[in-house]
Design a protein around this ligand. Structure first.
Ligand SMILES: [Zn+2]
Length: 182
């Protein structure tokens, strides 16, 4: 009985967190209902263990959990991980705050095409260390030696690639922060 009540309360708390993480999104209901909340642990730039929340398509939740566990083991630094709802879905504000995020119902920068973020099938990591070359509006500088930077052949990039994700850092106009699995 007591355990049942506890489990019910935990489920309610999770529902509240999910509601908050999706609040104010202009995505269609069919897209919203596919989004899952993934609680991750990460090392911040001071080396402290932190908890963060990512929103991704439910079919990717398990492997995203595995990838972030691997990044934690590697000692890879991630400044913060919040749903873009914390920035009212303003991607520029999220990037300037160096936030790592997944789902955001938005277009590809400079186009009318929906981004893979719009379906929760893309994740941006540490935007201030990993700029999108040619589209950057944050003033971020790419220095592959700086903590939290994604680089060709690095363990952090491999954690995604070995699970079938594509890294934007290899594109003609590198989007260093971006991983996707359409
Ligand atoms: Zn992206």
């Amino acid at each position: 009985m007591a355990l049942g009540l506890l489990l019910a309360l935990v489920a309610l708390a999770h529902d509240d967190a999910r509601t908050e993480a999706l609040a104010g999104s202009n995505a269609p209901a069919s897209v919203l209902k596919r989004q899952a909340l993934v609680e991750v642990e990460h090392l911040d730039y001071e080396g402290r263990r932190q908890r963060g929340t990512l929103v991704v398509d439910a079919s990717l939740a398990k492997e995203v959990r595995e990838i972030f566990a691997e990044l934690l083991d590697q000692g890879f630094r991630i400044e913060k991980v919040r749903s873009a709802s914390a920035y009212r879905w303003d991607d520029l504000a999220s990037m300037k705050d160096n936030n790592t995020s997944g789902f955001n119902y938005r277009k590809v920068e400079g186009t009318r095409r929906l981004s893979n973020h719009a379906s929760g099938r893309a994740i941006d990591i540490n935007p201030m260390q990993n700029p999108h070359i040619g589209h950057d509006r944050t003033g971020a500088v790419y220095d592959r030696e700086a903590p939290g930077t994604l680089a060709k052949g690095s363990a952090a990039v491999r954690a995604f690639e070995k699970r079938g994700w594509t890294w934007g850092g290899k594109w003609r106009r590198p989007d260093h922060m971006h991983f996707e699995k359409p």
